[in-house]
Ligand binder design. Structure first.
Ligand code: G6P
Length: 501
């Protein structure tokens, strides 16, 4: 946590904008509000940031409680646990079009390369309506609220829009506030190469790319994502040139950097949580459930990009090709419900349950059921289970980073082996110490499971230690401060330029 905190003695105002906010609200019968802090890394990182900086967070009102909270507080940001929060309300129809038609699934599926392109998607009249009446106005409203909230300050302003929900925010903010603000979006999900973006009609694609090019710098999880973004701009945006650079684009008189900031976890907080009594109790429950079996664990949102079906298929192949593991190994999938309004997610859960059922029907013994799926959101239980795994299966088709791999590596107590897809962003940080697999290769994944289950204690220990050290070397705060330092540096050089001109 180094670098400058002020610019000419002035602390900057930092604005974070994200679809999902740091707190959700509930209103009781007497009209009183209680707030619940989200568990995401961004929220945690912000806790530390808010100690040193003034932070304004603009997010959508997602629940009835959020809407009531917003109605009570109106347009003014309100202090919640040291963060100034401003919730933005959208009409349900508009929000549904933005979130359930454009952001998830269209953009999410393009960026994770999940579409079954001979069949899906079709960009229908309804998709266009959702773009024009949902995604565009929701982004517009976000940008206006950000601009309203900062326009009276003469302090340096840094605006950090998060993720694929808010691609159009940079352009509108720039139009309203001009060059006095630093705009630096961060894209949490993969940015695929130009071919994947062919699915999106040119008008939508150009709107997204030119808006991002209104930023000063765009943050990505990996160098590959940043490189792909540069290629997309070169190919699809008139007047955008990289001049041979892999990580910057010159566009209409200004340079936009594509910079890599791999996201991480809150190491201290997770270590504390893992040691707490409640977590230990849940861990003991898991231990009793696993018994003397070896444990292959996965922890994921119910999400097609996580490749849960091929994970099950690989486990089935393990039991077929290496029958010595039957009755000795347990696969446990802790799955968190997600985006159930989107049909593809509903179907995916059904298929998972059906496939798991088939494996159990085929292989179960008297006192052994090979696959157990637990659906629900229980973070402590997940952390308890992560302490116990022999193998952690992280095999996404595509993943921006994948924090489960980092969490598992940090808290595991059994020298567990990480089985990692080469298409997860975290592969670039942890791949050397994991057993890496192609997510499409179920045979290869089954063989990797076998190798992990039969690996010598020495090799397991060496790998687990190397993983732990790699994770401990870069936590969530350094992710945040690296971005902040870059924006502060740009602000200072801007200030220098304008004072000498
Ligand atoms: C995952 C992704 C994030 C994304 C979030 C949205 O966690 O890694 O990049 O912002 O999903 O999830 P939500 O539940 O709000 O749709």
């Amino acid at each position: 946590m180094t670098g400058q905190d002020t610019l000419d003695g002035q602390k900057p105002l930092i604005v974070i904008a994200s679809n999902r906010g740091p707190f959700s609200f509930k209103q009781d019968k007497n009209g009183e509000f209680t707030s619940q802090r989200g568990s995401g890394g961004l929220v945690t990182a912000l806790g530390a940031l808010a100690e040193r900086h003034e932070v304004l967070w603009v997010a959508a009102a997602l629940s009835k409680g959020d809407e009531a909270w917003q109605a009570q507080h109106g347009e003014q940001p309100v202090d919640v646990e040291g963060v100034r929060l401003r919730l933005v309300r959208h009409t349900p129809r508009r929000y549904d079009q933005y979130y359930n038609v454009i952001a998830n699934p269209l953009l999410w599926f393009i960026q994770h390369e999940l579409w079954d392109i001979p069949r899906k998607p079709s960009i229908t009249g309804d998709t266009w309506k959702a773009w024009r009446n949902g995604y565009q106005p929701v982004n517009q409203r976000f940008a206006e609220v950000i601009a309203e909230s900062v326009q009276d300050t003469d302090r340096p302003i840094i605006i950090l829009p998060q993720d694929y929900h808010l691609y159009l925010v940079p352009q509108t903010v720039r139009d309203i506030l001009g060059d006095r603000v630093q705009i630096q979006p961060f894209i949490h999900i993969p940015w695929p190469g130009p071919d994947a973006w062919r699915i999106l009609p040119g008008e939508m694609r150009t709107a997204i790319l030119t808006s991002l090019l209104a930023s000063d710098r765009v943050g990505f999880q990996t160098e590959r994502d940043a490189f792909n973004f540069v290629q997309c701009c070169r190919l699809y945006v008139d007047d955008a040139h990289s001049h041979g650079s892999r990580n910057s684009i010159d566009y209409r008189g200004h340079r936009v950097e594509a910079h890599t900031y791999p996201i991480s976890i809150d190491i201290e907080k997770l270590e504390e949580l893992a040691a707490e009594n409640e977590t230990r109790l849940l861990k003991a429950q898991m231990m009793a459930f696993v018994g003397d079996n070896k444990l292959i664990l996965r922890v994921d949102r119910i999400e097609p990009s996580k490749n849960i079906l091929r994970g099950l298929e690989a486990f089935r192949e393990l039991l077929v090709n290496h029958p010595e593991h039957r009755g000795r190994v347990q696969m446990l999938a802790l799955l968190v419900p997600s985006r159930m309004e989107v049909d593809e997610y509903q179907d995916y859960l059904q298929q998972i349950m059906a496939d798991a059922g088939m494996i159990n029907a085929e292989f179960s013994g008297e006192s052994w059921e090979p696959v157990r799926i637990l659906v629900g959101e229980n973070y402590r239980r997940a952390i308890g289970a992560m302490q116990l795994y022999d193998v952690l299966l992280v095999n996404p088709i595509a993943d921006g980073m994948n924090l489960v791999a980092k969490e598992g590596a940090l808290v595991n107590q059994r020298d567990g082996v990480l089985l990692l897809s080469e298409h997860a962003g975290v592969f670039y940080e942890l791949g050397d110490h994991a057993l890496t697999v192609s997510p499409f290769d179920t045979y290869g994944t089954a063989e990797a499971m076998h190798r992990a289950l039969t690996m010598s204690a020495t090799e397991r220990q060496e790998r687990a230690e190397a993983l732990r050290n790699a994770v401990k070397g870069a936590g969530i705060r350094s992710w945040f401060y690296a971005q902040l330092e870059d924006t502060m540096r740009s602000l200072s050089s801007q200030a220098r330029k304008s004072s000498t001109s």
